[in-house]
Design a binder for this molecule. Sequence first.
Ligand code: NAP
Length: 220
Amino acid sequence: MRIGILGAGFIGRAVAQLALAAGHEVMLSNSRGPHTLFSVSSGIRGVKVGTAEDAAKFGELVLVAIPLAHYRSVPAQWLEGKTVMDANNYYPDRDGHIPELDRFETTTSRLLAEHLPGANVVKVFNAILAPDLTKDARAQGSPDRRALPVAADDHAAKAQVIRLLDEIGFDAVDAGGLDESWRFERAKPAYCIPLDKAGLKAALAQAERQVEVFEEWRHN
Ligand SMILES: NC(=O)c1ccc[n+]([C@@H]2O[C@H](COP(=O)([O-])OP(=O)(O)OC[C@H]3O[C@@H](n4cnc5c(N)ncnc54)[C@H](OP(=O)(O)O)[C@@H]3O)[C@@H](O)[C@H]2O)c1
């Protein structure tokens, strides 16, 4: 499968490495252009680089892994009918305040989906630290395999992403539709905690819409 990735930062590069290892073709992109990605392409064997538009056109499956503040720059016209994986999180200190998110009225992935009306957006890869992606990936059936939460409105797109997760080393827990994806956004119990399927289901169930949990939760 051809996977186009918008964002060549920590998450984009980690997913690229895992997807290449699983036999997929991958193109990474950033906002400044492929001439700034020389060290990335020489550091990840087999990866292609291009503009964000190139990566959106290239991908049968596309990952958006950029600071949330820039989600409106994602080139919607090339993503019609495609599955778009959304790894973005909301950090007001980085992204500026987005009042609907501050009021818990919407989700980060619903904002992206509204910008990409023709695409099937799947929330995934937002609730794992980038270094853990390569560190925690395990073969199918491994007893210590980590599970990642996935949310989407389109069942076929969700199933496609769950298959990809399985290929690259992770179990999945279906957390529902995009409007339920707040259950694993920043500062919820399932956010960036290594958990197996049962533990992740419990953490998703514990989440409360307007309650944020912080670092100390992780040590309990
Ligand atoms: N780091 C983590 O552990 C982690 C974990 C889960 C989720 N996330 C989320 O995933 C997203 C990416 O995080 P990151 O840590 O990978 O970020 P990062 O290391 O800061 O990299 C961001 C990348 O996005 C590119 N970019 C910015 N605007 C763009 C645009 N309009 N079009 C195409 N590319 C663009 C940047 O390219 P330029 O430098 O050329 O602008 C850069 O390559 C964020 O929303 C973050 O909250 C991060």
